[in-house]
Design a protein around this ligand. Sequence first.
Ligand SMILES: [Zn+2]
Length: 264
Amino acid sequence: MDITTEAFILKSYDLKETDKIITLYTGDLGKIQAVVKGIRKAKSKLAAALEPFNHIDLTLYRKSQNKLFTITQAKINQSLYKVKEDFSRIVYGDYLLELVDKLTGVEEKNIELFNLLKSFLFLMEYKNAEVVLWCFKVRFLKLIGYQMCLDVCALCGKEVRPFKKGDDWKIGFSPKEGGILCYKCRDICSYKKDISPGAIKVFKKLLEINLEKIDCLKFSNKMREEVGHSLQYFLAYHLSGELKTQQFIGKVDRYKMCSRGVWG
Ligand SMILES: [Zn+2]
């Protein structure tokens, strides 16, 4: 029986001859893998639609006992052409797709997650792509059960007060315990770092802000670096390692710092 659903491509690789295996996140089935026959032939009608950064309508079927779906039709609903034309947007967008691929199971339908992915890929078109990615990270983590505890100590539940470290105020932060730590718990926790109260405020804002106003968030270069690194630190614990696209993010960051001096 044919199934129709909306979808985004997460990744793909070439198979024998002219076929491809594609991993997609769909509205109706969650993450799936599908084979597309003949897609690498010059006259393939599916090739243009089945590209990353297209919001597509799919028709597919699966024979019983088969792990892979077969895609028979794909129509572009909307091409995110502003992402496709901008190197830094491609890099941040690729990271977002890789993150969803890494942290989701096959055929676990989650319409909330599909809607999150859809709204953030559309935001990548015209908002600050780096902040869009940060915001996606904290909301995606919350949705899949790794919400950061940012109001009280993640370990004992008591109030957390900043402590003085050198000239700065800091708060303990642990991905292992799932959020901020009071001074006492910080001492006994093995996987932690100290971050500024300002960075915690940014995490809270990223969780709450109306997405249309995301470009109103402004940061100093120092805060931008701290928020980026701390989010990555939190995520790396759950990913058990870095994503392939992480090194490209580093390159884009360095390029921005060199070319602009001040980030805006
Ligand atoms: Zn505590």
